[in-house]
Design a protein around this ligand. Structure first.
Ligand code: ADP
Ligand code: MG
Length: 280
């Protein structure tokens, strides 16, 4: 079998909080992510999602266990360059990710730092802009753009490094619905067309529904992991850990609880419409 893109073996991470005390943010997590998978990661605030994300590209090194990126231990200082260029990260706030005052320079920043030759940088900038649908913005000024455009630019900047895995840490959280749609469309396309492995951290359950695999964290641990429809069927557990389900599932659950013959496990709108039509 092919080597997994990401492998976590009993990974823990503790932040030092005060003298002699620490806070365990990730608690003994084991996980394998196959190349090309679109994974969504959800969990309420403080459940350890961002800490886990930073462990994936060596921004944090586990305090217990190990993280392997295409078989390379993130704790191996000699290989940290490989790890960082394999796993790109897009963060929450689009305004904190702009580096240059012009789109082209902003995207070129990553590969320039990696010492990529000039010609190659130019073609990567072209390619990255095309992938995020922003070719006409090549000479634009980032700070004048919409939130969705800025996040697409941040994704282009990461793409120019040619990572094999893209981690998005609540990158849609600060966007309006239009911006969210723009970003999700780009992420979906990268996964489908470029076979890029995606780890998408979000608090929008409707976005999580689009993934191949949904991982739910609570208190530093993975509590659910499976196909989104199967995970959302665990309605009671999700409610207990203060997470919602997608709108369509919530509607199905409410109708079911009101005594109607509707399957509470429904996750797509057409299926809900079908079962409502049958009742009429
Ligand atoms: P999430 O992204 O799911 O909201 P985080 O990974 O940011 O969760 O945080 C997990 C836990 O670790 C929380 O209890 C948080 O308060 C704590 N934490 C996060 N960053 C730090 C830090 N730099 N120092 C101490 N504790 C932290
Ligand atoms: Mg977070």
């Amino acid at each position: 079998m092919a080597i997994p893109a990401i492998k976590l073996e009993n990974v823990s991470f503790s932040y030092p909080v005060s003298e002699g005390e620490e806070h365990k943010a990730v608690d003994c997590v084991s996980l394998e992510i196959e190349e090309g998978t679109f994974v969504a990661l959800v969990g309420h605030n403080g459940s350890g999602k961002s800490t886990l994300a930073k462990l994936l590209n060596g921004l944090l090194i586990p305090t217990g266990g190990r993280v392997l990126v295409y078989g390379v231990d993130t704790d191996d200082e000699k290989r940290i360059f490989d790890v960082r260029s394999s796993v790109g990260m897009v963060f929450q706030n689009p305004d904190n990710q702009m580096i240059a005052t012009n789109v082209e320079d902003d995207i070129a920043f990553g590969p320039e730092n990696l010492g990529v030759p000039r010609e190659e940088i130019i073609s990567r900038v072209d390619w990255a802009l095309e992938k995020v649908g922003m070719s006409e913005f090549r000479h634009a000024t980032p700070f004048k753009m919409s939130g969705g455009q800025k996040q697409r630019l941040a994704i282009a900047g990461v793409l120019a490094i040619k990572p094999r895995v893209m981690v998005l840490d609540e990158s849609t959280a600060m966007l309006d619905p239009k911006g969210r749609d723009e970003v999700m469309k780009v992420v979906r396309q990268l996964n489908r067309e470029e076979k890029m492995t995606v780890v998408h951290i979000t608090h929008y359950m409707d976005e999580a529904l689009e993934a191949d695999r949904l991982i739910v964290m609570n208190d530093g641990r993975i509590v659910l992991d499976g196909k989104p429809a199967d995970v959302f069927a665990e309605h009671e557990l999700l409610t207990r850990i203060k997470l919602g389900v997608p709108c369509v599932t919530q509607l199905a659950v409410t109708l079911h609880e009101a005594g109607m013959a509707v399957d509470p496990r429904i996750t797509d709108e057409e299926a809900l419409v079908d079962s409502l039509c049958k009742l009429l």
